[in-house]
Design a protein around this ligand. Structure first.
Ligand code: PAP
Length: 322
C-alpha cells in the first residue's frame, strides 16, 4: 500500500511502498523506485562523486547483464595488462573487479579517495540517467548502458529477489511481483523510464552514451564487442582481429565460461547488506526464458506497455514477444 510521506531531514517528498518485493522496501524519489536504505547515499553520491573525463561508467537496469558487461569492459580495456592464463577474472567475480558506486562511502559528508584506481577508472551503477551524479554528465565521460527486454528482465529479477528471503519463506508469488513490475514498481524502476532516459541521451550524445541490448549482444557478440571497444577508445587493431582476440574475449566472458569458474561457483559478494553467493548472478543466461514463467496474458500486458511507452521513441525489442 503506497502512502505519502515527508522525511524532514532529507526535505524531499516521498511515497513509501511498505511491502515492495520483500527483498527491499522501495521508496519513490524523483519518479524512480529506490531501496529505502539507498536513498541518502544516492543523493549524496549525486552531489559528491567526482568523475573524470576518462572514466567509464557502466549502467544497467537490474538483471540485464551487468555481470557480463563488467567482465567484457574490464577485459577489453585491460587487455594489454593481463593475459588469459593469469587473468583477474579467473579468480575474481566481475562485480568485485568493477565496483558499483559505493553509496555508503558518501555518508556523513565524506568523499572517498578514488584517485589511485587504475586508469581508465571503471564504475557501475543502476542509477537512472536522470539521477546520475552531476559530475558524470559535466565531465563528459563515457557512459555505457545495457538493457534487456522487459519479460526476461522481470523473470530474472523475480528469481534473484527470491534469494533474499529467509530460507523458510516461500518465493514471492510471480503474479504479485508481476503486478508491481508492470505498475512501474521495481528496483530503480519504472523499468521503461529507466530505458528511455539512456535511450534519449544516446540519441543526443552518441559519442558519449552507448546504448546496448542484451539480446543483440547474445546474437552477434563479435560485432558488439568491436563496437564496445571502439566506443571505449580502445578499438581492436587489425592484428588483434587477425589473431582472433575478439572471439577469445567473447568466449572468456561467456556465461558458460564464467559460471564454471570456482570463484563463481563457491564465492560470495555483498549485495543489499547480505553475503550473496556469486552463483546467483549466473542462472540461465538465455534470451526468452520468460516463456517458462509468464502466462500469455502477462506477456501480452508487458508487450502492450512496452509498445505504448517505447515505440514512439523508436525503441523496440526484436523477436522476444512471440
Ligand atoms: P545485477 O543487475 O544484479 O548485477 P545481472 O548480471 O544484470 O545482475 O543479471 C544477471 C543475469 O545475467 C542473469 O540472467 P538470468 O536470470 O536470465 O539467467 C544471468 O544468468 C545473466 N548473465 C550473467 N553472466 C552472463 C554472461 N556472461 N552472459 C550472458 N548472461 C549472463
Amino acid at each position: 500500500m503506497a502512502t505519502s510521506n515527508i522525511v524532514p531531514e532529507l526535505e524531499v517528498p516521498l511515497s513509501i511502498v511498505e511491502k515492495g518485493w520483500k527483498s527491499s522496501h522501495l521508496t519513490q524519489y524523483q519518479g524512480f523506485w529506490l531501496p529505502i536504505e539507498f536513498l541518502s547515499g544516492v543523493m549524496a553520491c549525486r552531489e559528491r562523486f567526482e568523475a573524470c573525463k576518462d572514466d567509464i561508467m557502466l549502467n544497467t537496469t537490474p538483471k540485464s547483464g551487468t555481470t557480463w558487461l563488467k567482465a567484457l569492459t574490464f577485459t577489453i580495456s585491460n587487455r594489454t595488462r593481463h593475459d588469459f592464463h593469469n587473468h583477474p577474472l579467473l579468480t575474481t567475480n566481475p562485480h568485485a573487479l568493477v565496483p558499483n558506486l559505493k553509496l555508503d562511502q558518501y555518508a556523513d559528508d565524506k568523499v572517498p579517495d578514488l584517485t589511485n584506481l587504475p586508469s581508465p577508472r571503471l564504475f557501475c551503477s543502476h542509477f537512472p540517467y536522470e539521477l546520475l551524479p552531476t559530475s558524470i554528465i559535466e565531465s563528459n565521460c563515457r557512459i555505457i548502458y545495457l538493457c534487456r527486454n522487459p519479460k526476461d528482465a522481470f523473470v530474472s529479477l523475480w528469481h534473484f529477489s527470491n534469494n533474499f528471503l529467509p530460507e523458510d519463506e516461500p518465493p514471492v508469488p510471480i503474479e504479485e511481483a508481476f503486478e508491481l513490475f508492470h505498475g512501474g514498481i521495481s528496483i530503480f524502476g519504472p523499468f521503461w523510464e529507466h530505458l528511455l532516459g539512456y535511450w534519449k541521451a544516446s540519441l543526443e550524445r552518441p559519442e558519449r552514451v552507448l546504448f546496448m541490448k542484451y539480446e543483440e549482444l547474445k546474437e552477434d557478440p563479435t560485432f558488439h564487442l568491436k563496437r564496445l571497444a571502439e566506443f571505449l577508445g580502445f578499438p581492436f587493431s587489425i592484428e588483434e582481429e587477425r589473431q582472433g582476440l575478439v572471439e577469445k574475449i567473447e568466449r572468456f566472458c561467456s556465461f558458460e565460461s564464467l559460471m564454471s569458474l570456482e570463484v563463481n561457483k563457491s564465492g560470495k559478494i555483498g549485495v543489499l547488506g547480505k553475503a550473496m553467493p556469486n552463483k546467483n548472478f549466473f542462472r540461465r543466461g538465455i534470451v526468452g526464458d520468460w516463456k517458462n514463467h509468464l502466462t500469455a496474458e502477462m506477456s501480452e500486458k508487458l508487450d502492450q506497455l512496452s509498445q505504448q511507452k517505447l515505440e514512439a521513441f523508436g525503441l523496440t525489442f526484436k523477436d522476444v514477444g512471440k
